[in-house]
Design a binder for this molecule. Structure first.
Ligand code: ATP
Ligand code: MG
Length: 245
């Protein structure tokens, strides 16, 4: 990261790509994560590489959902761990959520590497090793989750999630928050709270909102949740991309 000059016009994008490469080298990120990163980068370019107002609204609503939840869980995959490990730990601290490693290409080695990486970034308890429950309607390998983690969660944040899994999770009785730069991808399309923003900007902003709302009455949090309009957020993002073109 020292090699990238900070005044480079595409600094953040280069930094992001570099972090994914480091993630692959460290055994945290699957090679396929580089392709996901490439797709994300293209959409971020079209969105102007900034948090649009409707994404900020979604991030605030997501923070309110996490604060209202009884058992909130933040799901961590290889790209999330490579890009925002410390920021996810901070969001978990700000909202009282648990962290669970939840991989599409699941191997014990990668789960171990990601858990260790999160601990280096301040995480204490990291779930995902037990894998003693299943998400219904998914093939065996993709369905594995912790019984006392994602399986029991009432609110779950799944950043950069595969469409099938996002759909299957949504069919369980949960509030699902998705972070995904492509508003047309299935994951944000099925989410209760679709956040169309780069995870690098979205997660710290959610933490800021959570800190600002931390002393709010339950009624105020419910108002924040109810005022959020998921259809409008998806339409705004799509319009922004079309206008950008
Ligand atoms: P599918 O339709 O099967 O879900 P996909 O093209 O969405 O396919 P995935 O690998 O499932 O591919 O998901 C990667 C998603 O993550 C893409 O939609 C991409 O835009 C998004 N993404 C990648 N990097 C980031 C990032 N830094 N922040 C937010 N979203 C990202
Ligand atoms: Mg997708």
């Amino acid at each position: 990261e020292e090699e990238i000059p900070e005044d480079h016009p595409r600094y953040q994008d280069l930094l992001t790509r570099h972090r994914i490469e480091r993630g692959v080298e460290k055994g945290i990120t699957h090679l396929q994560g580089m392709h996901a990163e490439g797709r994300g980068s293209a959409f971020d370019y079209l969105l102007g590489e900034e948090t649009i107002p409707s994404a900020d609204d979604a991030e605030r609503a997501a923070a309110a959902h996490l604060l209202l939840a009884d058992d909130p869980v933040l799901s961590i995959n290889g790209n999330v761990a490579a890009l925002v490990p410390g920021e996810m730990v901070e969001l978990a601290d700000a909202t009282g959520a648990d962290l669970e490693v939840n991989l599409f290409n699941r191997t014990p080695e990668r789960i171990g590497a990601i858990t260790a990486h999160l601990r280096e970034h301040g995480a204490e308890d990291v779930k995902g090793l037990e894998a003693d429950a299943r998400i219904p309607n998914l093939d065996h390998q993709r369905a594995k989750v912790d019984e006392d983690g994602i399986h029991a969660a009432d609110v779950v944040l799944v950043p950069l999630e595969d469409g099938d899994r996002a759909e299957a999770l949504n069919e369980m009785d949960k509030t699902e928050i998705v972070i995904d730069l492509n508003p047309l991808s299935r994951s944000p399309q099925v989410a209760d709270v679709p956040i169309v923003d780069n995870i690098i900007r979205a997660v710290p902003n959610m933490t800021e909102h959570a800190n600002a709302l931390t002393d709010a009455e339950e009624a105020e949090l419910r108002t924040v949740v109810e005022e959020f309009d998921r259809e409008r957020a998806l339409e705004d993002a799509e319009r922004r991309i079309r206008d950008g073109l």
